[in-house]
Design a binder for this molecule. Structure first.
Ligand SMILES: Nc1nc2c(ncn2[C@@H]2O[C@@H]3COP(=O)(O)O[C@H]4[C@@H](O)[C@H](n5cnc6c(=O)[nH]c(N)nc65)O[C@@H]4COP(=O)(O)O[C@H]3[C@H]2O)c(=O)[nH]1
Length: 931
């Protein structure tokens, strides 16, 4: 429901700078989130990297421990072989070579102990016993057995048994182990300790001559049967020999670090790493790259220390979780970007939502305020009527229309106050949910002013408020009046209030219909006021208007109620007289009109007579429709005018023919200019005192190809009606100026030539320019041209006329006032016009000889001209009597058949030539020569 609201807050502009900080805040928040996420990512990445590193190290240590343990076990197993063999010999001191061989073969050395070249027994031999030992060996099948080297110490330890029986092992038989210091040291350690003893890395005797391969020999002392010596002395005393196992390091180590171990490389050094010059063994070729992980372990067996260096291989890293840190970093970065973008999008979306909500709210407020403003300022009366028909609210326009204060209206029962029962019914219908529109001639509530109103009742239902009815009240009184006025203007003449052409047509149509039904006649009377143009032109339009109103009143007063008087325009009136029985009834109406208008009119303090020319046509005799009837009456009217005015005529067939002829003339005139059918004749003006030619008047003529010569009085009115008079006038002006030029050139003409200027030509504002152009175009002075205008032309718009005449005068032209005395011009205006000459109309000259009329007007005009310093020319002088009278009146000059008819230029030229040459009397031009 409409109600007052506070002014609307302006909506926040999307480009409002206030919104900018919040947009920046969104960006900063997202950036903060991004930085935090990146920090977390870096932390997680570093933690994962550290864990992965720890994990790799643990795994490496474990792996190293495992491999090292395996190596230790492996070596112990190898050492154990020497122990087992020693145990065999201890258990069976008489063991034979063959049994030794079988025992060793049973160990399966090549499969189970790769690197052990054999298991041998070297026996302690006194030098004295050496030959027997050798002989026994040879007897045992070793045919080439010999003890070597030859030089030996007091005690020898001779290699007696060596299995498996291979060529290499056989070659080592007979070798005195003590002959070589490294072996001897190891043997002595084994003897003294009772524990396995090993040599340092050496090259085996059996390998001598072959490619070097590092090896070592494990010795296990064997003591005399059944003895368990406890001290070194006892051991030395009980010592019978040693079991030795030569072991090649590479195969042995390969069994542990062979191709199956790909993740870790192992390098064996003898002794401590710091002391080692070169490695005994490498499981992998050395790599130029630094290993990621490395560890060193020592291994002790016999009396030896070896160091093993373990290094992680590139493959090791793959097995660790080293992929985790980059993954964590990648995921972290992605999540950071995603989360910060998401946060930015969410905050931006939220901000935008808030902005939109703000805008919508502002827009709603604005709309509410606009509605409120509309309600209060609307020119349309708006009221809200509740379900109980009481007025809930109304706007000032409604209160104005009702004519009561707004506060006093609210709460009133609209139905009770409605004056029109239809309005009360409409309110009921609207309360019932119906949309109602009605027009009333009073207002909704009592107390209002009377006018035409439209009331539109529109039921309204809203979700929030109870239903109500909106009443829109519009005062259409003005509109109605305007419509009536438009209707009036469309059908009535604004000046006289009489029916116009449209309504007249309608009335004629209705009358004709009626006449057809009852067999009666309808008369149409076309009335034209004689000489009204003169009245209008000379006394002014407002005067003319008043005359027309007076005529209208008289026409209306004199007719029956059933008759219709209308105005067609200008001074043309029409009377429609229905239900006539014969033509004489129409004649009676015409007579009545003549009578009505016969008494003088008094307008503006002046009294004068207006005579009508009336044309009559009858339905159904002359035409069947309004247009035809009016046309016929018009023709008849022209006939009445031609017949002497102040008369009426019934239309006849002959009249129709003449009318058609006039139409033909109009069409022919349009072509006349192009076809060169117009031409000009010139009539001289003569000074009365000495018969001197003092001027020439140019007069237009039309030679029709069929009709022959047509005079201007016949075709100029048609030219004026059709507007052709403008182009005819232009043509005449130029033609005359050209002729003046020719006369000047031929005969030295020095008198002015007068040109008639029509009213239309004078008023169109172009005349001074056209005259100037024609003069300039022919190299003429202004004074060589005289402009002839009628009184009526000037009186129409005096200030404009004065200005045009002044412009012509400035160019040097002479001005003559034509037909002077025929109009009703106020002589008081005359002095305002810059004119040079007055021309007395020929009707006054004609009247000079008429009995009873006299010379009063020519005399007055001559007197007026003299007092104003103007020359006076009398027109239409045909007789010597007229000339004498004019002379006696001291009229200056004359123009007329008496001296010369208007003649072609070439005919006039000799007359003018004489005048120019002699300055004396020209010869009179014969009357017969004039057209
Ligand atoms: N009965 C009689 N008549 C005489 C005598 N002497 C001259 N007239 C005629 O009197 C008229 C004088 O011209 P207006 O008064 O200017 O009256 C002129 C003038 O108003 C108009 N007119 C003629 N030529 C032109 C023209 O080129 N332009 C315009 N706008 N009007 C013209 O037509 C009117 C009639 O011209 P016109 O027929 O040529 O008639 C001429 C002329 O032939 C005479 O002794 N007895």
């Amino acid at each position: 429901m409409l109600r007052s609201t506070s002014p609307a807050q302006p909506a926040s502009d999307p480009a409002d700078p206030v919104a900018e900080p919040s947009r920046r805040f969104d960006g900063r928040l997202a950036l903060l989130a991004l930085v935090a996420c990146l920090l977390l990512t870096v932390l997680a990445w570093r933690e994962t990297a550290r864990t992965a590193e720890d994990d790799a190290e643990s795994r490496f240590a474990l792996r190293v421990t495992e491999l090292h343990q395996r190596l230790e076990n492996h070596i112990q197993t190898y050492v154990q072989v020497a122990r087992s063999a020693a145990a065999l010999y201890t258990a069976f001191p008489d063991v034979q070579r063959a049994e030794w061989n079988r025992f060793v073969d049973g160990l399966g050395l090549s499969e189970r102990y790769p690197g052990i070249q054999g298991v041998a027994f070297a026996r302690r031999v006194d030098p004295s016993n050496a030959a027997a030992v050798a002989g026994s060996a040879r007897a045992d099948g070793i045919r080439h057995f010999r003890i070597w080297p030859d030089a030996g110490g007091p005690e020898r330890v001779i290699n007696l048994y060596a299995a498996p029986v291979t060529e290499q092992n056989l070659r080592a038989l007979g070798y005195d182990m003590l002959s070589e210091p490294i072996r001897r040291t190891a043997i002595e350690q084994a003897r003294d300790s009772g524990e396995p003893s090993t040599t340092r890395a050496i090259q085996l005797k059996i390998d001598e001559g072959n490619s070097p391969s590092p090896a070592f020999i494990v010795f296990q002392a064997v003591y005399r049967e059944g003895q368990q010596p406890r001290s070194v002395e006892e051991r030395r005393a009980a010592f019978v020999g040693v079991v030795l196992t030569p072991i090649r390091i590479v195969p042995m180590a390969n069994a542990v670090f062979g191709p199956g171990v790909t993740d870790v490389a192992a390098t064996l050094y003898e002794g401590l790493l710091a002391d080692a010059d070169f490695p005994l063994y490498r499981s992998r070729a050395p790599s130029p790259e630094k290993p990621e992980l490395a560890a060193e372990r020592e291994i002790t067996f016999g009396n030896r220390v070896w160091t093993v260096r373990y290094e992680s291989r590139p493959g090791f890293a793959l097995e660790t979780e080293s992929w985790k840190p980059p993954l964590v970093l990648a995921v972290g970065l992605t999540l950071s970007a995603f989360l910060s973008t998401l946060l930015w999008a969410l905050t931006a979306t939220r901000r935008r939502a808030l902005e939109i909500a703000g805008r919508i709210t502002a827009s709603l407020r604005r709309r509410e305020a606009e509605l409120d403003q509309l309600f209060n300022e609307a020119p349309l009366g708006i009221a809200l009527i509740g379900q109980d028909a009481k007025l809930l609210d109304c706007n000032p326009a409604f209160a104005r229309a009702v004519g009561a204060p707004r506060d006093g209206l609210i709460g009133l029962d609209a139905k009770l106050r409605a004056q029109d029962p239809a309005l009360a019914t409409a309110i009921d219908a609207a309360i019932g949910g119906e949309s109602v529109r009605l027009e009333v001639d009073q207002l909704l509530l009592a107390g209002g002013r009377h006018s035409h109103f439209t009331v539109h009742l529109q039921p309204v239902t809203t979700p929030d408020d109870p239903p109500f009815v909106m009443a829109f009240v519009e005062d259409i009184g003005d509109k109605r009046r305007a419509e009536q006025h438009i209707h009036y203007l469309a059908h009535y003449d604004a000046l006289t209030g009489l029916p116009n052409r449209v309504l007249l047509f309608d009335r004629i149509g209705q009358a004709a219909k009626q006449a057809r039904r009852d067999g009666t006649k309808v008369a149409v009377l076309f009335i034209d006021l004689d000489r009204f143009k003169v009245i209008n032109d000379s006394l002014g339009h407002s005067f003319g208007d008043e005359v027309l109103r007076s005529v209208a009143r008289r026409l209306h007063a004199g007719l029956r109620d059933s008759d219709t008087v209308g105005r067609l325009g200008g001074d043309e009136f029409l009377i429609v007289a229905p239900q006539l029985h014969q033509a004489s009834d129409a004649a009676a109406v015409a007579e009545k009109v003549l009578l009505q208008l016969s008494s003088p009119f008094a307008v503006g303090g002046q009294s004068f007579v207006v005579s009508p020319s009336i044309g009559i046509s009858l339905f159904p005799d002359d035409a069947e429709d309004a247009e035809g009837l009016i046309r016929c009456a018009d023709i008849a009217m022209y006939n009445a005018k031609d017949g002497g005015r102040n008369a009426y005529r019934f239309v006849t067939r002959e009249m129709g023919a003449r009318s058609r002829e006039r139409l033909d003339l109009e069409a022919a005139l349009r072509r006349a200019l192009q076809n060169g059918e117009l031409f000009i004749v010139y009539q001289p003006q003569v000074r009365i005192s000495d018969d001197q030619v003092v001027g020439v008047e140019a007069l237009v003529r039309w030679r029709h190809p069929e009709a022959g010569l047509i005079m201007p009085n016949r075709f100029l009115p048609i030219a004026e009606e059709t507007g052709l008079v403008q182009s005819i006038g232009d043509w005449v002006l130029n033609e005359v100026c050209q002729q003046i030029r020719r006369w000047k050139d031929h005969i030295g003409l020095s008198i002015p030539v007068a040109v008639n200027i029509s009213g239309q030509q004078f008023r169109d504002g172009q005349l001074p320019a056209k005259v100037a152009a024609a003069l300039d175009g022919n190299g003429l002075d202004g004074r060589e041209l005289e402009i002839e205008v009628t009184e009526g032309t000037l009186i129409d718009d005096i200030p404009a006329a004065v200005s045009t005449l002044r412009a012509l005068k400035e160019r040097g032209c002479l001005i003559a006032l034509d037909d002077f005395g025929t109009g009703y011009s106020s002589l008081s205006y005359l002095h305002r016009f810059p004119i040079d000459k007055l021309k007395i109309d020929r009707s006054f000259i004609h009247d000079l000889e008429q009995a009873g009329v006299g010379d009063s007007i020519p005399r007055a005009i001559v007197g007026l001209g003299r007092s104003l310093g103007l020359s006076v020319v009398a027109e239409g002088v045909e007789t010597e009597v007229q000339l004498q009278l004019l002379r006696s009146l001291k009229c200056e000059s004359f123009q007329g058949y008496l001296f010369s008819r208007p003649v072609p230029a070439e005919e006039l030229e000799p007359v003018l030539a004489v005048r120019a040459a002699r300055g004396g009397h020209p010869a009179r031009v014969p009357l017969s020569a004039a057209p």
